[in-house]
Write a protein that binds this ligand. Structure first.
Ligand code: SAH
Ligand code: F3S
Length: 447
């Protein structure tokens, strides 16, 4: 069998796509290898969301060039968002790359690779394509947790974001194809799915007949053997009371909500074209907490968006304090070619961005630690997915609120089980716990 080495950068959707590519190629007798030196085909699944992500890919390509000169038969491919956005730059900066293709061409990956090997000349495919659900999965994929892309693309046009260009317009997969995929995953042992979409809470509005994410939750809830449903990323603009009700009512949907804020200043939110105000965002948070008091909240924030003053940034800190997130992903604004914000005046200098980033992380770290301590002494359900990295006798898993939990299974618990445990210690990145005597005590458990 020929050997494939796959390197994935970026988001969960890329991880999902990489699994598909590995699965499709496996069906065409390509075997995965973790050693790039023994590969016949190396594919880089790339991200274009920030400049740093792109720099990493070009530096990796530079390294792989040496491998290619010692093994001229090696096929080198670049796929994903950078392939879509920078086809010409890749060709000029790394002319030794044999294959460049965007996400619409993933279903044809086998054909594209065959083409390069047969013709011995570069192949480029970054056009539009039909929406195809690929169910092939890499043998290395997790048996317990899986991502499921429920919609592709985005048509929101936030002024900083390149996704609408790299991933095209918004298109939902039908509930039937998603259900079939999830049933197949569960038959393979998967217990938890994370539904993926750039604006996952806008799911289904483009279908005939239209549907929504809440309805999809109910369908998936009926899949026997599936324990947990998560979803990301939601956009505040599309967050409806109907979805909040489904979030509260569907038993298998976990109490974990990622709701990007981006900025706590209305002036900056308007320049970002986010379609909501701080007041509206806080109303939504209040509704979520009203519906699910124990909800775990996380968010994305950009610091140093063009025109952001120190007052704007202070306003962001104030919202972060007020919400008290469990987790915050902070990003320094990065100019993306072709986006409106890239040419806005008042770009913020790098040192100011770095300073705001540090200040934001100090606040979010303090708040997250305070949020974690509330778990001390409480009982949570854990889906056991393996052994602790530090101690093989200790089991590891995740709570419904998505925290890593380590505990002693006392010989009674196996990987794949869902068990209630009581939290005995709160560490910065994990929780320690002991087996709880009674399942019915569990917090964030199925209601
Ligand atoms: N669809 C998601 C976002 C996808 S991108 C949403 O609606 O929020 C993931 C995160 O990357 C974004 O939430 C944003 O915080 C960050 N991001 C996107 N473009 C960026 C840029 N140009 N510079 C810095 N961060 C960016
Ligand atoms: Fe990007 Fe905004 Fe869509 S952040 S992915 S354009 S919702």
């Amino acid at each position: 069998m020929a050997k494939l080495h796959l390197i994935t950068y970026g988001c969960q959707m890329n991880e999902y796509d990489s699994e598909r590519v590995a699965g499709l190629l496996r069906d065409a007798r390509w075997e995965l290898t973790t050693d790039e030196r023994e590969a016949d085909l190396i594919l880089l699944n790339t991200c274009a969301i920030r400049e740093k992500a792109e720099d990493k890919v070009f530096s990796k390509l530079g390294e792989l060039r040496r491998l290619k000169s010692s093994n001229p038969d090696l096929v080198l491919g670049v796929m994903g968002c950078m392939a879509q956005l920078h086809q010409a730059t890749i060709q000029s900066r790394a002319p030794y790359v044999d294959l460049v293709f965007g996400s619409p061409a993933i279903s044809r990956v086998t054909e594209l690779v065959d083409h390069v090997r047969r013709e011995r000349r570069p192949v480029m495919d970054t056009g539009e394509g039909p929406l195809v659900k690929i169910t092939a999965r890499a043998p290395s994929a997790s048996r317990l947790r899986a991502f499921v892309t429920v919609m592709e693309g985005c048509e929101k046009h936030c002024t900083f974001c390149v996704v609408p260009t790299t991933r095209g317009r918004e298109r939902s997969h039908t509930p039937e194809t998603i259900l079939a995929e999830v049933r197949g995953l569960v038959a393979d042992g998967v217990k938890e799915v994370t539904l993926l979409g750039q604006t996952v809470n806008a799911y289904g509005r483009d279908l005939t007949p239209p549907t929504d994410l809440g309805e999809l939750f109910w369908w998936l809830n009926d899949v026997d053997g599936l324990e947990r449903i998560r979803f990301t990323t939601s956009n505040p603009y599309n967050l409806t009371p109907r979805l909040i009700r489904a979030f509260r009512d569907v038993p298998k949907v976990c109490e974990w909500f990622h709701l990007p804020l981006q900025s706590g200043s209305n002036r900056i939110l308007a320049r970002m074209n986010r379609g909501y105000t701080v007041e509206r965002y806080l109303e939504l948070i209040a509704e979520l907490r009203d519906a699910v008091p124990d909800v775990t909240l996380s968010t994305d924030i950009i610091v140093g968006f063009p025109g952001e003053t120190d007052d704007d940034f202070q306003a962001t800190l104030a919202v972060v304090e007020r919400v008290g997130y469990d987790n915050v992903f902070a990003f320094r604004y990065s100019r993306r070619p072709g986006t409106p914000a890239a040419t806005m005046p008042d770009q913020v200098p790098d040192d100011v961005k770095a300073d705001r980033n540090t200040r934001l992380l100090a606040v979010t770290g303090r708040l997250a630690a305070a949020r974690s301590t509330r778990l001390l002494g409480r009982t949570v359900d854990v889906l056991v997915d393996g052994h602790s990295r530090k101690d093989a006798d200790v089991l590891a898993g995740r709570s419904r609120c998505n925290r890593v939990v380590n505990f002693d299974g006392q010989g009674q618990v196996a990987v794949g089980d869902v068990v209630p445990v009581t939290v005995t210690e709160v560490l910065p990145h994990s929780l320690r716990a002991t087996l709880a005597p009674h399942a019915e005590e569990a917090l964030c458990t199925s209601r």
